[in-house]
Design a protein around this ligand. Structure first.
Ligand code: SF4
Length: 187
């Protein structure tokens, strides 16, 4: 039943024309992964490879994400991965406020269906979109709770591709996440 609802939701997202990003996309990227793992990963927006294939995190940032998940002891096929906006912004610019606001209905519906125990936030845009908070440097690498939902915040992998120090922080955060998940499992 939950599978069916998530499938229908993905179909609706693929047809969505609610914001101007629909005009430039090749394929919308609803997200993919396991429904009942209790972990949802939320990035910013699809890039070129994601737009071409209709899948999240399959480009260079996706490769780094895979390494980070491995460091955190997470099997990628065991979690659900999506983005704040489901269509690629032109030239990979940040999604604007209107686009984020318009697309939030889809992310909210996914969260309502998946009921994740932990949402892993990748980057500043997703942090603001989901929690209203802006200071990633104060929140990364640990679990925070807002409105009854637990979040683990870290930087976006694409920032790790641009800056060596962020890549190092990402791997430190991934190691912390491994410990946190082990602790949550034993609770
Ligand atoms: S970005 Fe979101 S709101 Fe905009 S067209 Fe794509 S799915 Fe619809």
């Amino acid at each position: 039943m939950k599978d069916r609802k998530l499938y229908d939701l993905a179909e609706d997202i693929r047809k969505c024309t609610s914001c101007p990003l629909s005009r430039g996309r090749t394929l919308a990227v609803p997200g993919e992964g396991k429904i009942d793992s209790g972990i949802l990963i939320v990035g910013e927006a699809p890039g070129a490879e994601e737009d071409r294939l209709g899948q999240p995190f399959v480009g260079r940032a996706g490769k780094l994400l895979n390494e980070l998940l491995e460091t955190a002891g997470i099997d990628r096929s065991d979690v659900f991965i999506t983005n704040c906006v489901k269509c690629r912004p032109p030239k990979n610019r940040n999604p604007n406020t209107l686009e984020l606001k318009t697309c939030k209905k889809w992310l909210d519906s996914q969260i309502a269906l998946l009921k994740p125990k932990l949402i892993i936030i990748l980057g500043r845009v997703a942090l603001k979109n989901l929690t209203g908070k802006e200071k990633i440097k104060d929140l990364h690498g640990k679990v925070s709770e807002f409105d009854g939902q637990k979040y683990f915040v870290t930087y976006h992998p694409s920032a790790g591709l641009r800056f060596k120090w962020i890549k190092e922080v990402l791997f430190e955060d991934a190691k912390n996440l491994k410990k946190i998940l082990a602790h949550l499992k034993n609770k």
